[in-house]
Design a protein around this ligand. Structure first.
Ligand code: ZN
Length: 363
């Protein structure tokens, strides 16, 4: 069956517009006449008149609009935020892989960081007639931010939270320092959670996921109270839990999930890229040996998503970008054919303005 599509459009960073209304209209207008478009996700530039024009355009075609809002990153560029502290006590580094996009991460137990998201919504978005909000960067940094950051936040408030759950931090940090295989050894359960064999490591990962679910779950409640639907950007299932995302628990709070099945991206969230960034620190270990972008692995990952309590729309790459995303028509068609076996709707990621002609004709 022909899928319906959700179009994701990057309008710019908080501070800089990367496009204008005319460009967006020109790029998508003929897709709208030919394909079934379920919704549009755009952001995260904050200019109200730009956002109003885009909204009016899609609403005139009866297409629902979600504002794309980064949560635990990017906001530090416009509001004084608390960044994460890694386990060695160092403050988070700013990793810049894609121009004008920050990959520095914020502490998820800090109330001020939470309030910034609501304040930003109230200041810039609440007066516009959005149908929903799409929350992005709802996780800990991955190993793409470096080994030390890959384990998340160890500020005083986060350490207190870990201690509350009985985690032996000295033991854990010793494993980090030794690059111990216990940090890899385990297996997936039927929900896609990775159950570590070592009890302390497992408790640590459970606690991280709990912290993220609470932070994001509260935001879902907040946005629902504003009469908005909520979509969540999550990692591909094989790695979501490693970044603090418990897919099943998050699915109880959201209206839809968009797992980033980025098979051909060599930047954060790229599946092979993230896998390699993690495994490189455990060179001699045979634990966690996967081929995450293979169709066999994808099948298993789709199976995890079947447990979700909300809709799931897989995100697939449609924007070839030199040195960053090597998708093409054949790869797009392979993805489309594969994912439509499991799902009715696909998200065109992550920026439809960069969709090439070949892929556009293959939608
Ligand atoms: Zn923290």
């Amino acid at each position: 069956m022909e899928p319906s599509y959700i179009l994701q459009i990057h309008s710019g960073s908080f501070q800089n517009a990367h496009t204008d209304f005319r460009q967006i209209k020109n790029k998508v207008e003929n897709i709208l006449t030919k394909k079934k478009i379920k919704a549009v996700i755009f952001g995260w530039h904050l200019n109200q008149s730009l956002n109003q024009s885009i909204l009016d355009f899609f609403h005139s075609k009866n297409i629902a609009c979600y504002f794309w809002l980064p949560v635990l990153s990017e906001i530090d560029l416009i509001k004084e935020s608390k960044t994460i502290t890694n386990y060695t006590g160092q403050k988070g580094q700013n990793v810049q892989v894609i121009e004008d996009e920050s990959f520095s991460f914020l502490c998820p137990t800090d109330l001020r960081n939470y309030n910034h998201v609501c304040d930003l919504y109230q200041e810039y978005i609440s007066k516009l007639d959005f149908d929903g909000i799409f929350l992005d960067k709802i996780r800990y940094p991955s190993f793409a931010n470096g080994y030390e950051e890959g384990f998340g936040c160890f500020c005083e408030s986060c350490e207190n939270e870990y201690k509350k759950y009985g985690i032996d931090l000295d033991y854990l940090k010793d494993l980090f320092m030794k690059h111990d295989d216990k940090l890899l050894d385990g297996q997936y359960d039927e929900y896609g959670r990775y159950i570590f064999k070592d009890a302390t490591v497992d408790l640590f990962y459970q606690t991280r996921a709990h912290i993220i679910t609470e932070f994001i779950g509260n935001l879902c409640d907040y946005f629902h109270s504003q009469d908005l639907k909520v979509g969540l950007d999550i990692y591909a299932p094989f790695f979501a839990y490693h970044c603090g995302q418990n897919i099943y628990e998050l699915s109880k709070k959201a209206d839809f999930l968009k797992p980033m099945f980025y098979r051909f991206t060599t930047a954060p969230a790229g599946m092979q890229y993230e896998y390699d960034a993690y495994k490189q620190y455990f060179k001699n270990s045979s634990y966690f040996d996967l081929a995450p972008i293979s169709l066999t692995s994808l099948e298993k990952q789709c199976h995890f998503l079947k447990k979700a309590k909300c809709d799931v729309y897989p995100g697939i790459e449609i924007n070839p970008i030199e040195h960053i995303c090597s998708t093409n028509k054949e790869r797009f068609i392979e993805n489309k054919t594969f994912f439509t076996k499991y799902f009715d709707s696909l998200v065109c990621c992550w920026n439809c303005l960069l969709m090439n002609k070949d892929i556009k004709e293959s939608l």
